[in-house]
Design a protein around this ligand. Structure first.
Ligand code: PMP
Length: 287
């Protein structure tokens, strides 16, 4: 069935949801976005996602055409119109149609659109067996380049790393920053466990401040597990006891091999499994 897309204030058929070829989002990747989950008909962590969206927009001097309450209403309307109970929302804000030059301030009629659809997760068995990853040679954006904290429409940095993963027949790559410390995966945050303590790189290492990351840190602390945000080296990943990624689409997924080094006993670890279970309770979709 064709989807109804929320586009600039109206729900339109998928085939009619169009933006200009002069939109700088298309010409230059100039815009911001969010990916949000719907569990049991409820939008998960909506406030946190809206906050990040408005912060991303502010950072690139993109003015939002509506406030957070109006936008929350538009999201609800889109989810309901498409009858999505469990799914994924893609919220995109474009700079708008301009000239072929870079100047963003002469762009007019920036578009805001919302797609609510079902979601293709990693295959279920990957959550049982765990996933293999490689280290990317592509360095995470420098904080003075496209800030990794901004969820911009320019994902080429991550895409180049993703290509490296796929060339190596694994689904994901780990990205390092310009100083050689772990930043994040191409669209997920990184966690490891060593001697029962959970470690994750700080946001300033070049990670997006993941909503799932923050939820998982909270859940771990509620379980009286110690969580430390600190710089991690590639070697820290090689010698850890457990390794997992977090993200809106991936949720919590165990990593069992990196660059040919097997993690732990080659299966997702106990803390990884516990946090995955806690996360399922948190979003209310525990089966
Ligand atoms: N890092 C990047 C680069 C991402 O695109 C995402 C996905 N939005 C994440 C991390 C994970 O963030 P979240 O948990 O908010 O989905």
């Amino acid at each position: 069935m064709a989807l109804k897309i929320w586009l600039n204030g109206k729900l339109v058929d998928e085939a009619d949801a169009r933006v200009s070829v002069f939109d700088h989002a298309l010409l230059y990747g100039d815009g911001v976005f969010e990916g949000i989950r719907i569990y049991n008909g409820r939008v998960f962590e909506l406030e946190a996602h809206l906050r990040r969206l408005y912060e991303s927009a502010k950072a690139i001097r993109l003015e939002m055409s509506m406030d957070k309450i109006e936008l929350a209403g538009a999201i609800k309307q889109t989810v309901e119109a498409n009858g999505i109970v469990d799914g994924y929302i893609r919220l995109v804000v474009t700079r708008g149609a301009g000239t072929l030059g870079l100047n963003p301030f002469i762009c007019k009629d920036g578009s805001l659109f919302i797609i609510a659809d079902r979601i293709q997760l990693y295959p279920e068995e990957l959550y049982e067996t765990g996933m293999k990853v490689v280290s990317a040679t592509t360095v995470r954006n420098h904080p003075l380049a496209i800030p990794p904290q901004v969820k911009s429409l320019n994902y080429l940095n991550s895409i180049l790393a993703k290509i490296e993963a796929l060339d190596n027949d694994v689904p994901e790559a780990i990205m390092y920053n310009h100083e050689g410390y772990v930043a994040e995966a191409t669209a997920d945050n990184v966690f490891i466990v060593r001697d029962g303590v959970i470690y994750t790189p700080p946001v300033e290492a070049g990670a997006l401040e993941g909503i799932t990351r923050n939820v998982v840190i909270r859940l771990a602390r509620e379980e009286n597990l110690e969580v430390v945000e600190k710089n991690l080296t590639r070697c820290d990943l090689y010698i850890c006891d457990e390794f997992f990624l977090t993200g809106t689409a991936a949720e919590v997924i165990g990593i069992v091999e990196i660059d040919g080094r097997v993690i732990g006993d080659g299966r997702p670890g106990l803390i990884t499994k516990l946090l995955r279970e806690r996360f399922e309770y948190a979003h209310g979709n525990r089966k």
